[in-house]
Design a protein around this ligand. Structure first.
Ligand SMILES: Nc1ncnc2c1ncn2[C@@H]1O[C@H](COP(=O)(O)OP(=O)(O)OP(=O)(O)O)[C@@H](O)[C@H]1O
Length: 222
């Protein structure tokens, strides 16, 4: 279970973006979080994936409270998450070729021996042709780069996926393809998903249940 309990978070202690938000995702469950622009969905997604330290409250991963945030999170907790953001250009290292972008988490976790086979399988799964793997981010389209970012998010076999407006910049066919990859991965791995967005039609079709921001017990402060 991925649990957020009474989380208050933001960027200034005296003026948090939201207060006392609680949300949980069961193993294998897909939860869509809907809300208007600026309400704090991305901030919440980052807290859930241990990328942003909340001001107060708890994040509990499979029964264990988060042991830290960002690089200070214990490795086993950090690597339990695969995260895909809205804007691949902001999250992808512009110096890396796509093959290395996908492989980087394996190398960083001492699993270099798996790189060739895993990168080949995953890039095929997300629909990235071999001819693109030697290119750098500025040499591919947003959709192609987002495919690489999804492959990277899956490369360590995460138990939890956090997709923050993953498809907001993409056309309908790329959106359908990436959602299908996530669903195939979830079906075979039993991973849970928190998908954040404002496209109600997409999230209701994609997820087991959707939660509206106002239904989280959130009190917006801005
Ligand atoms: N790094 C930051 N520093 C300061 N304030 C920030 C930062 N990131 C976001 N904010 C502010 O926090 C609030 C919530 O932003 P957040 O991105 O979490 O909302 P959101 O619901 O995901 O919005 P959107 O749907 O537009 O992506 C906004 O008022 C935003 O301006």
């Amino acid at each position: 279970m991925l649990e957020l309990q009474d989380v208050t978070a933001g960027y200034e202690r005296r003026a948090p973006v939201f207060r006392a938000v609680s949300l949980s995702v069961a193993p294998g469950e897909a939860v869509g979080l809907l809300g208007p622009s600026g309400c704090g969905k991305s901030t919440l997604a980052r807290v859930a994936a241990l990328l942003h330290r909340p001001d107060s409250g708890r994040v509990i991963i499979d029964g264990t409270p988060a042991g830290g945030w960002r690089h200070r999170a214990p490795r086993a907790q950090r690597t339990a998450f695969g995260v895909v953001f809205q804007q691949p250009r902001l999250s992808a290292d512009p110096r890396l070729r796509l093959a290395d972008l996908v492989a980087e988490p394996l190398r960083a976790n001492g699993r270099s021996a798996e790189v060739t086979e895993t990168v080949r399988k995953l890039t095929a799964r997300v629909g990235l042709g071999a001819e693109l793997l030697g290119r750098r981010p500025h040499e591919v389209s947003d959709g192609q780069l987002q495919r690489a970012c999804l492959a990277r998010a899956l490369v360590l076999g995460p138990r939890w996926l956090v997709c923050d407006e993953m498809t907001a910049m993409l056309d309908a066919s790329t959106t359908a393809a990436l959602v299908a990859v996530v669903e195939e991965y979830r079906a075979e791995s039993g991973a849970g998903l928190l998908a954040v967005g404002h496209d109600r039609v997409l999230l209701e079709r994609w997820c087991d249940r959707t939660v509206q921001w106002g239904g989280l017990g959130a009190s917006l402060t801005k």
